[in-house]
Design a protein around this ligand. Structure first.
Ligand code: HEC
Length: 130
């Protein structure tokens, strides 16, 4: 019995470590691994942070092009700062987000994924330069 449990345990370990090797070009996988502890995608919010879709809508309202929005967000993820926030109310409610320790490439990839989440809600993103 012990040996069986051990074998199952090892199997679980191996399959999770296989999943942990994520593609740096897969924004959703980066989100699941690094952001979803705090952020839900859709409302309601988790305890620690606002949901992603309404944040994506704010980015679309604030920035004309995807490139601008993605650059701003990638910089924010690296070094969150109250004066750069697109949603200062969220800081009052949840506190400032801690910096995310990912490569610039991964930050841009996940920022692009965040930007694209707005298209699910009412297609508002299409109004702007995409
Ligand atoms: C430890 C919890 C935590 C983690 C992990 C985290 N966030 Fe946040 N995030 C927050 C909180 C709290 C806020 C609201 C306060 C703020 O804006 O700093 C926030 C704000 C944001 C915003 C709004 C930024 C702005 O311009 O105002 C975006 C977009 C965002 N997070 C995306 C992400 C992404 C993408 C990741 C993963 C790469 C991530 N977050 C990881 C807690 C977290």
């Amino acid at each position: 019995m012990k040996r069986l449990l051990l074998t199952i345990g090892m199997g679980v370990l191996f399959s999770t470590s296989a999943r942990a090797a994520i593609n740096p070009l897969d924004g959703k996988a980066i989100f699941d691994k690094n952001c979803s502890v705090c952020h839900s995608i859709n409302p309601p919010p988790k305890l620690l942070a606002p949901p992603i879709v309404p944040l994506a809508s704010r980015y679309h309202m604030q920035f004309q092009s995807k490139a601008e929005g993605v650059n701003h967000l990638a910089a924010y993820l690296k070094a969150p700062d109250k004066k750069n926030s697109i949603d200062p109310q969220a800081i009052v409610r949840f506190g400032l987000m801690p910096p995310v320790a990912l490569s610039d490439k991964e930050l841009h990839t996940v920022a692009q994924w965040v930007w694209d989440q707005d298209n699910q809600s009412m297609g508002r993103g299409r109004r702007f330069g995409r």
